[in-house]
Design a protein around this ligand. Structure first.
Ligand code: FAQ
Length: 311
C-alpha cells in the first residue's frame, strides 16, 4: 500500500500539482517542510527586532507610521507561517520552544545590529529584496498551504522593499552626512544579504532533495545571482557603491560576476556566534515569558466557554 501511496505522491509532484494537508506524504518531505517553514516563521518573528528598535526613534510621523506597519506585517507573516507548519502536524508552542532553546534556526541576517536610521532603508532595499527573490518562486512550492501563504507575504514584502528604497532615495538627496550614512549601511549589509540565500550549491546538503520535491524551485546560487543582477542597476540609480571589487558585468554569461561571501562568517552566525545572536534570543525568550499570562488567560477563557456550552 505504501508503494502505491508513494507512486501517487510522485505523480502529483511530477504533474506540478499541489500536495495538501490530508494527502499522504513521505516522512522526509514532511520533516523538510516543517524545518523550512518553521525557520522561515522564526525569521519573520526575530526579524521584527532589528528594525523595531527604530520605531521610537523614527525621524518623522510618516516614517514611524510606515515602519510600524512593516514590523506588524512581519508579525503577521510569522503567524501565517506557523499556521502552515501546523497543517503538517507541528505544534506551534513546541516550535517556539525549539527557537528559544536553540534547536531550530532563523535567518543569519537578523543577527547584525542596526546602527543608524539608514539601516532601516537598507534592510528594506537589500534584505527584503533578497527575501522577495527567494520567496517569489516559493509561491509555486509543491506544498499548498506554504505556497498560498507566500503569495500574500510576497505582496507585502514588495511594499517593504519599496519603502526602503524610497527612504534611501530621500536620504541620498539630503546632506553629505546622510549620503555617508547610506553608504556605510550598504557596506555593512551587502555581504550578509548575499548570505541569506544559504551556502553555495556544492555545500548545501538539503538543496537536491528539496528541489526534487519541488519545495525549492531554484538553487541557492541561482537565486543569489538573480539578486545581484537585480540589485546592481538599483545601486547605480541610487548612487551608492556595492563593496565588492570583483563586481562587474560579464557579457558572455549575461550576468554580473561577483566575489565570494565569507562563508566562515555565515557558518559562525548560523551556529549562534554572530554579533547579536544572544541578544535576539534573550529578547525573544523574555517576550515569551512576559506573554505567559496572556496564554494562560486565553486557555482559561476557552475552557470556561467550552464548559458553558456543555452545561
Ligand atoms: N541563515 O542545505 P541548505 C524574512 C541553514 S527573509 C540561517 O542550503 P535549505 C523577511 C539551513 O537551514 C528570511 N540558516 O538549506 C524579512 C540548513 O540548516 P538545517 C527567511 C541558514 O533549507 C525581511 C543549513 O544551513 N526566509 O524573514 C541560512 O535547502 C526583513 C544548510 O543549508 C526564509 O526562510 C541562513 N541564511 O536552504 C523579515 C525563506 N542558509 O535546517 C523581517 C525560506 C542556510 O539543515 C525583516 N527558506 N541555512 O539545520 C529557504 O528558502 C531555504 O531554507 C534557504 C536554505 C534558502 C534559507
Amino acid at each position: 500500500a505504501e508503494a502505491r501511496l508513494q507512486e501517487h505522491f510522485d505523480a502529483t509532484i511530477g504533474r506540478d500539482q499541489r500536495i495538501e494537508p490530508r494527502d499522504w506524504m513521505p516522512d522526509g518531505y514532511r520533516r523538510t517542510l516543517i524545518r523550512q517553514i518553521a525557520q522561515h516563521a522564526h525569521s519573520e518573528i526575530i526579524g521584527m527586532q532589528p528594525e523595531g528598535q527604530w520605531i521610537t526613534r523614527a525621524p518623522s510621523l510618516r516614517r514611524k507610521a510606515i515602519l510600524l506597519a512593516k514590523v506588524q506585517d512581519e508579525a503577521g507573516h510569522g503567524l501565517y507561517l506557523y499556521s502552515a507548519a501546523e497543517t503538517l502536524g507541528a505544534d506551534r508552542a513546541e516550535l517556539t520552544e525549539m527557537l528559544i532553546d536553540g534547536r531550530q534556526k532563523y535567518s543569519s541576517i537578523f543577527n547584525y545590529p542596526t546602527l543608524t536610521f539608514a539601516d532601516v532603508g537598507v534592510i528594506g532595499w537589500l534584505v527584503d529584496g533578497a527575501a522577495i527573490c527567494n520567496q517569489v518562486p516559493l509561491c509555486r512550492s509543491s506544498y499548498g498551504p506554504y505556497a498560498r501563504a507566500m503569495i500574500r507575504i510576497c505582496k507585502e514584502e514588495s511594499f517593504h522593499q519599496r519603502q526602503g528604497y524610497e527612504l534611501l532615495l530621500t536620504m541620498m538627496r539630503g546632506t553629505d552626512a546622510q549620503r555617508e550614512m547610506v553608504q556605510d549601511a550598504v557596506n555593512r549589509w551587502w555581504w550578509p544579504s548575499l548570505m541569506m540565500f544559504g551556502p553555495p550549491d556544492d555545500a548545501s546538503p538539503n538543496s537536491a532533495r528539496s528541489m526534487a520535491w519541488k519545495i525549492k524551485r531554484h538553487s541557492n546560487d541561482e537565486l543569489r545571482q538573480r539578486f545581484v543582477d537585480m540589485t546592481v542597476p538599483q545601486a547605480e540609480k541610487l548612487g551608492v557603491t556595492l563593496p565588492d571589487p570583483e563586481l562587474r558585468w560579464n557579457d558572455e554569461r549575461g550576468h554580473y560576476d561577483f566575489g565570494a561571501p565569507d562563508w566562515d562568517e555565515l557558518r559562525r552566525v548560523i551556529s549562534g556566534d554572530g554579533p547579536c545572536n544572544a541578544e535576539r534570543i534573550a529578547r525573544r525568550r523574555a517576550a515569551h515569558e512576559e506573554g505567559a499570562w496572556v496564554r494562560e488567560a486565553a486557555a482559561a477563557y476557552a475552557a470556561k466557554r467550552a464548559a458553558g456550552r456543555r452545561a
